[in-house]
Design a protein around this ligand. Structure first.
Ligand code: NAD
Length: 362
């Protein structure tokens, strides 16, 4: 099992160190190699995704990714900005399916901005198509308008675009994931306005006929955004395109209280995957030793389940995280009265201790 470890920038190095520590505490053999990515790679090699880093990722069974980005790189040309490394990895590894679970842990119900009864027991999975849509559609650019409301003025344009095979493969992923859960898929689009969305809806409906045991419904994205904060437990698996998925998955993340708790996985057709926390590099708290490492540790659990075929080890990590929360330990982002505040390293140590059956109670 070969894992490429790409810590990246900001808190990325601190949180991946904890996930690596947890992986090493398992009685499994991994080959782990670390490389620079994002701003750190730009500083050292002049590019956010150097050829050697890409090669390492391509040759690995899975990539454990921290986070990239810092405001100090905002003035660089777009292709050199740290965030381009993620787009480059997705493109080169063909990572088209993004899994973002939003789970509300019993002990963290109070950390959500929603009422406890709306959020207790929440367990939804957002599956976002990752390689198509308006983020990649051509043509795009800036030009002088020749028509429209303001001819001769500067305008910018992007192209929303999906092909039938792109929609088919993500629909299969969603229906198959739903079969392992409560067999319900909600497909989110904007078919009342967009041609792309109408094709999306037609194709998902067609693929749904191959999964008669899974219930399918469709929802417009504006309604889905509203229902996620009104009655989020109505959803089980949500499947949607790149743009809508980007926004809805962040909205769902915040339902659970802290983005520091939420893992994610991006998979290709061969189950090779990139695993990363749902949050960014948090430059505001980088280097302070207070970041929550649990999203990254839970991403490592997803990696064991989806790419490394070690579901039992994944279950063990997830239950160790629950034990640590039950023991009252909290990083600053999820801390509340009556719990014990710990730093990044202590939280990682507590997960390791729980995995190795030591007491975590303090
Ligand atoms: P962010 O997710 O980094 O931070 C948002 C807020 O959440 C901050 O207050 C931060 O302190 C807090 N936070 C995030 N992760 C946390 C954790 N593990 N523990 C405790 N608190 C945590 O988003 P941002 O501030 O909008 O972006 C910062 C940088 O990260 C930008 O350069 C952005 O482009 C980049 N970014 C990278 C990724 C990625 O690498 N996949 C994703 C999103 C943003």
């Amino acid at each position: 099992m070969k894992i490429a470890v790409l810590p990246g920038d900001g808190i990325g190095t601190e949180i991946t160190a904890e996930a690596v520590k947890v992986l090493r505490s398992l009685d499994l053999k991994f080959e782990m190699e670390t490389a620079l990515v994002g701003g750190a790679a730009y500083d050292a090699h002049g590019h956010p995704l150097p050829a050697a880093t890409l090669k390492l990722a391509q040759q690995a069974d899975a990539v454990l990714f921290g986070a990239v980005g810092d405001w100090k790189y905002d003035k660089l040309d777009r292709p050199l900005r740290p965030e381009q490394a993620i787009l480059g990895l997705r493109k080169n590894l063909g990572l088209f399916a993004n899994f973002r679970p939003a789970i509300c842990y019993e002990q963290l119900v109070g950390a959500s901005s929603l009422k406890p009864e709306l959020i207790a027991g929440l367990d939804i999975l957002i599956i976002r198509e990752l390689t198509g849509d308006i983020y990649f559609g051509q043509p795009r650019g800036r030009r002088t308008a020749v028509d429209g409301h303001f001819p001769d003025s500067e305008e910018a344009f992007d192209t929303m675009r999906y092909s039938r095979p792109e929609i088919e493969r993500i629909a299969h992923v969603a229906f198959q994931a739903a079969r392992k859960r409560s067999k319900r898929v909600t497909s989110v689009d904007k078919a009342n306005v967009l041609e792309t969305s109408q094709l999306w809806r037609d194709v998902v409906t067609g693929i749904g006929k191959q999964y008669p045991d899974v219930a399918l419904d469709h929802m417009y994205v504006d309604n889905a955004a509203m229902q996620l904060v009104r009655a989020p437990k109505m959803f089980d698996v949500i499947v949607t395109g790149n743009l809508f998925g980007d926004i809805l998955s962040d909205e769902a993340a915040m339902l659970t209280g802290s983005i520091g708790m939420l893992p994610s996985a991006s998979l290709n057709a061969g189950n090779q995957g990139l695993y990363e926390p749902s949050h960014g590099s948090a430059p505001d708290i980088a280097g302070k030793g207070i970041a929550n490492p649990l999203a990254t540790i839970l991403s490592a659990a997803m990696m064991l389940r989806f790419s490394l075929d070690q579901p039992e080890a994944a279950d063990r990590i997830e239950s160790a995280v629950k034990d640590v929360l039950a023991s009252g330990l909290r990083t600053a982002d999820i801390h509340s009265v009556g719990t014990k505040r710990v730093g990044t390293r202590e939280m990682g140590d507590a997960v390791v201790a729980s995995l190795t059956h030591k007491t975590t109670k303090s």
